[in-house]
Write a protein that binds this ligand. Structure first.
Ligand SMILES: *[C@@H]1O[C@H](CO)[C@@H](O)[C@H](O)[C@H]1NC(C)=O
Ligand SMILES: *[C@@H]1O[C@H](CO)[C@@H](O)[C@H](O)[C@H]1NC(C)=O
Ligand SMILES: *[C@@H]1O[C@H](CO)[C@@H](O)[C@H](O)[C@H]1NC(C)=O
Ligand SMILES: *[C@@H]1O[C@H](CO)[C@@H](O)[C@H](O)[C@H]1NC(C)=O
Ligand SMILES: *[C@@H]1O[C@H](CO)[C@@H](O)[C@H](O)[C@H]1NC(C)=O
Ligand SMILES: *[C@@H]1O[C@H](CO)[C@@H](O)[C@H](O)[C@H]1NC(C)=O
Ligand SMILES: *[C@@H]1O[C@H](CO)[C@@H](O)[C@H](O)[C@H]1NC(C)=O
Ligand SMILES: *[C@@H]1O[C@H](CO)[C@@H](O)[C@H](O)[C@H]1NC(C)=O
Ligand SMILES: *[C@@H]1O[C@H](CO)[C@@H](O)[C@H](O)[C@H]1NC(C)=O
Ligand SMILES: *[C@@H]1O[C@H](CO)[C@@H](O)[C@H](O)[C@H]1NC(C)=O
Ligand SMILES: *[C@@H]1O[C@H](CO)[C@@H](O)[C@H](O)[C@H]1NC(C)=O
Ligand SMILES: *[C@@H]1O[C@H](CO)[C@@H](O)[C@H](O)[C@H]1NC(C)=O
Length: 715
């Protein structure tokens, strides 16, 4: 590496001397001079790439146009640098000399774990049309000079820690089609100049701290298809009726802000609208009847709407949420809204049936349809108020029945300690038997805990994560109750408790035989694979441990405790919190706070070994790392409470798991397999790992055996 740097310096240097000589020599034609200048420019590009250090792990002796992620034009000049998802751990944009790439058109550094500021020099890549810096750890402010990138079509800086204002100069990016600044720390107001970007089809500035009113000029963006300014919490003023000019909108999310005034019926003019989220604002007045439509999913929840819900909505109740509007009433009672008449609906059988059906429909659709925004700041009445108790902050889905708030209070005698079955990473866990006999588990934050912002945050993180995902081996969340005075989550009940507890109990450990342990480990792998590779954005659990693997009555495993999951993506302000459980945390987290899927892979390796060994592999791992494990036999280290496995398939499965677990525990995250590779390996049932018997195989036999991991499948 060092050698090639110096070679490159020499070549560049001599090329410059060479071209200077040429320029001073009249005997040579200007064509030759131009060619030399071009060659100097190309060498400058090569040098800038090498000098960045971003390709240090690669074979840099090949031509730089062949390096991973680099595309050149036919002159050999770089046009495309695409390192999306490559882990440039802790590297910064400053390291690449952007002035050296006059022909760069496409720069994709999304999800590359970059740190540092966005350099001013970036504005010198004047031909750039595509700039993706999303999902990194960039901080500092947006350089106004980025407004010079007049060819930009796509600018995505989402999910970083960028602070300060959105520069008014962005209004100069006249070609822009996509502008995404979601999930940063941006403050100030929306610059009216953004209204000049008339080619924009997508504008996303959600999850920032933008304040002030929506500039009227935005309504000039007549090509917009998606507009998301949600979760800024401080955007105020009213929704301008001119918003109806944006006739191409299909997605409009203004939720979790401070918008007030009436809902303009001009929204009904957007004939292609399919998603409208106005929840968590201070909108008042009546609901415009013209918004009722079969293609439209609407969230009006947590506002101050009043009057009667127009009958036009009645066919579409499944797709509309009116929760948390205290003065809104309905002729037909359904979740969240009280009937207009004051008579006791409990006496009326028909209304009761309609009520249950509506609850069922609403619940069934909830998880898919409505993204619950918790940042509303409306004043809520406490529980016990008969007009609001159903809809206010109590939500149930993913459950084929009805759970009422009262049922839970009754079943636990208002969270009496005798129903407490444990305390988790946060909150206490209760067991509740509902009137129909079904049992659910409740995780509750107590008084002072509920006031603690970090606990509330992990609580909400769990709701958001589990709401979006569904997998056989991931704990099912049935609902939640969210109120300062009463915060709890409702889960499916896992009869046998945690894997950790089962392994700690000598009797139960024997019940968990080899075959069941193999199944448990594979199921955990499939669940993590699903989270990492099939969810978008992918979910990193961050706290995989045997404490967080729960077992049901058939000893089937579910991954639980998502309190710290994906915090990295959703919470950009608080990254220094080290989440996870000691003994399961990947070593790189000790010196970098950057969390990737590979951290879960490491924890999975620990859990897999622990499940087979019956105890934490702490000592084994230190023996392996100090090479004092040379002659350790597998049979010696696995759980001695079980008699050795006899089934040949189970034996091969154990070999494979141990082999893979050690790969997952490699110190360098880059060399650990992905959960996708692990899952594919488990599903493949490939050739036997070894012909040795369970008694004869040593750990080093396993570590040195070949497992072919399909490189193609690496994501
Ligand atoms: C590096 O690339 C060069 C040129 O493609 C090739 O000749 C050489 O064998 C490669 N070296 C390694 C270690 O892969
Ligand atoms: C840039 O390179 C990436 C990866 O090689 C490729 O997917 C993308 O299509 C390229 N883009 C352009 C504009 O050439
Ligand atoms: C960056 O590149 C430009 C042009 O190639 C050059 O003038 C400048 O010295 C370089 N800067 C650094 C820090 O290498
Ligand atoms: C940018 O692109 C244009 C045409 O695509 C090309 O002529 C020009 O040389 C490129 N570079 C700069 C620095 O403008
Ligand atoms: C950027 O380009 C401008 C002119 O195009 C030049 O004056 C300036 O020095 C360049 N900045 C850097 C940091 O290379
Ligand atoms: C780039 O933008 C800055 C500030 O927005 C401006 O002062 C400068 O002249 C621009 N540079 C070029 C080369 O357009
Ligand atoms: C916006 O953020 C910047 C940088 O963090 C800070 O200096 C400034 O005071 C903030 N402005 C407001 C109005 O909060
Ligand atoms: C806007 O888009 C249209 C159609 O794609 C295109 O002709 C026009 O040049 C674009 N405007 C700018 C400023 O890029
Ligand atoms: C909308 O665009 C028109 C035409 O470009 C312009 O005259 C008008 O001032 C713009 N409206 C706002 C509110 O910026
Ligand atoms: C919106 O909030 C700003 C402060 O962020 C305040 O100055 C302004 O008066 C508010 N406007 C309305 C209509 O409430
Ligand atoms: C609405 O969608 C249809 C079908 O995608 C499309 O043809 C039509 O142009 C759209 N209307 C507007 C106003 O964008
Ligand atoms: C709910 O919306 C979906 C898609 O937008 C639509 O297919 C479905 O028919 C709607 N359901 C009702 C009851 O309106």
């Amino acid at each position: 590496m060092e050698l090639s740097v110096s070679i490159s310096f020499v070549t560049v240097f001599s090329a410059i001397l060479f071209s200077t000589n040429l320029a001073n020599t009249e005997m040579h034609s200007s064509i030759t001079t131009a060619a030399s200048i071009q060659s100097v420019a190309l060498k400058r590009e090569a040098h800038a790439l090498l000098h960045s250090g971003w390709w240090s792990g690669e074979n840099t002796s090949s031509h730089h146009c062949q390096w991973p992620g680099i595309t050149c034009n036919h002159h050999g000049s770089v046009t495309n640098i695409s390192l999306h998802g490559e882990l440039l751990w802790g590297k910064s944009l400053e390291e690449l000399n952007f002035s050296s790439f006059p022909n760069l058109v496409h720069l994709d550094l999304g999800s590359a774990r970059l740190v540092g500021e966005i350099p001013l020099k970036m504005s010198n890549i004047s031909n750039l049309s595509h700039l993706d810096l999303s999902d990194n750890n960039l901080w500092g402010q947006l350089p106004p000079s980025l407004g010079n990138l007049s060819q930009l079509l796509m600018l995505d800086i989402s999910s970083n820690k960028i602070s300060g204002h959105i520069p008014g100069e962005f209004g100069c990016l006249m070609s822009l089609v996509t502008l995404k600044l979601r999930s940063n720390l941006l403050n100030g107001t929306i610059p009216p100049s953004l209204g000049l970007l008339t080619n924009l089809t997508e504008l996303d500035i959600s999850e920032n701290s933008i304040e002030g009113e929506l500039p009227l000029s935005l309504t000039n963006l007549s090509n917009l298809v998606k507009l998301d300014i949600s979760s800024n919490y401080e955007i105020n003023g009213s929704i301008p009726s001119e918003i109806g000019n944006m006739k191409k909108l299909t997605y409009l999310d203004l939720s979790s802000n401070q918008l007030s005034g009436h809902i303009t019926s001009r929204i009904g003019a957007m004939k292609n609208l399919t998603y409208l989220d106005l929840s968590g604002n201070h909108l008042s007045g009546n609901v415009p009847p013209c918004l009722a439509s079969t293609q439209l999913r609407i969230d009006f929840s947590y506002n101050s709407l009043e009057g009667q819900i127009p009958y036009e909505f009645s066919p579409y109740f499944a797709n509309v949420s009116f929760f948390g509007n205290e003065n809104l009433c309905s002729d037909i009672t359904f979740t969240g809204v009280h009937p207009c008449s004051t008579k006791d609906s409990g006496d009326d059988k028909i209304i009761k049936i309609i009520f249950s059906i509506s609850v069922f429909i609403v619940c069934a659709f909830l998880s898919v349809l409505l993204v619950y925004k918790y940042g509303y700041k409306n004043k809520k009445r406490p529980f016990g108020d008969t007009t609001t108790k159903n809809g206010d902050i109590f939500s149930i889905w993913n459950y084929d029945g009805k759970i009422a708030y009262e049922d839970i209070i009754q079943a636990t005698e208002d969270f009496d300690i005798k129903y407490c079955i444990g305390t988790g990473g946060y909150g206490s866990v209760y067991k509740a038997q509902l009137p129909k006999g079904n049992i659910v588990a409740l995780k509750k934050l107590h008084g002072s805990e509920a006031e603690e912002p970090s606990l509330r945050k992990s609580f909400m993180s769990e709701v958001r994560t589990l709401r979006e995902i569904k997998h056989r081996s991931i704990i099912k969340l049935h609902g939640f109750c969210l109120h300062k005075k009463c915060m709890f989550l409702i889960y499916e009940y896992m009869e046998r408790g945690s894997l950790f507890c089962m392994l700690s109990n000598d009797l139960e450990a024997v019940e968990l035989d080899w075959k069941k342990r193999v199944t448990v480990i594979k199921d955990i792998a499939y669940a993590l694979c699903y989270m990492h590779h099939e969810c978008s954005p992918s979910i990193v659990h961050r706290d995989v441990s045997t404490n967080n693997i729960l077992l049901n009555s058939s000893l089937e495993a579910s991954v639980s405790d998502f309190g710290t999951a994906r915090l990295l993506h959703s919470d950009t302000s608080n990254q220094t919190i080290l989440a996870g459980t000691y003994g399961y945390i990947a070593p790189e987290l000790a010196y970098t706070m950057v969390v990737t899927e590979k951290c879960d892979v490491y924890s999975f390796g620990v859990v897999a070994l622990e499940t087979l060994m019956g105890k934490h592999p702490r000592e084994l791992l230190s023996a392996v790392s100090s090479s004092s494990s040379e002659n350790l036999m597998l049979a010696q280290v696995l759980d001695q409470r079980l008699s050795p496995p006899t089934n040949r398939r189970v034996v091969q499965d154990i070999f494979l798991i141990v082999k893979i677990a050690f790969m997952c525990l490699l110190a360098n995250p880059k060399y650990r397999p992905t959960m996708k590779q692990v899952s594919q390996e488990f599903l493949a049932r490939g050739a036997p790992i070894s012909s040795k018997t369970f008694r004869d195989i040593s750990l080093s036999d396993l570590m040195n055996s070949q497992v072919y991991m399909d490189a193609e499948s690496q994501v």
